[in-house]
Write a protein that binds this ligand. Sequence first.
Ligand code: 5GP
Ligand code: MG
Length: 182
Amino acid sequence: MTPEPDGRLGDRVVERVVFPEAEIDRRVGELAREISAAYRPSDRLLVLGLLKGSFLFMADLVRRITLPLHVDFLVASSYGAGTVSSGEVRLLYEPRVDLGGRAVLLVEDIVDSGATLERLVPMLRERGAARVDVCALLHKRLPSVGVAVRWVGFDAPNSFLVGYGLDHAEDFRHLPYIASLE
Ligand code: 5GP
Ligand code: MG
């Protein structure tokens, strides 16, 4: 179903546009420039997107990184229902590529409790990555988050966000902007 320009989708309405399309585009360009300057071709950069939420961000970001790189994805699932992260993380798909000696850039849509990254970053290091950095489009900046996120697109309000890859029960992922449902 196609949302109206005001974010109306069926009987639900996106309440408030938090990050419009043009602002996301500008910020993704800045991140790509910083990332391009932070690695060398000899790092054999592997950009690992966490599905599904990062799919649009990944597509926009890697097209603007001016380095040789490989792309792959991870599928992790947080247990539990609703809009609160339960803290448990399970891997449903992981790449078979050898991480040995490579620089891995893990791309996440939004950091909330940080549980997903706290599980995945050490796992990627154990598999021999020379270096693991994280790039998150959004970060809620909760004080409990213990993982360093090297690149953050935007500090996010502590409300439930959708669009530009982020869903609510699989709706709204395709919106070109980020909005709040609350
Ligand atoms: P964490 O493990 O940091 O608690 O949660 C990370 C994951 O929870 C994100 O990848 C995302 O899937 C989901 N999440 C956290 N906050 C939001 C939000 O505001 N909106 C949406 N759509 N997903 C969120
Ligand atoms: Mg998710």
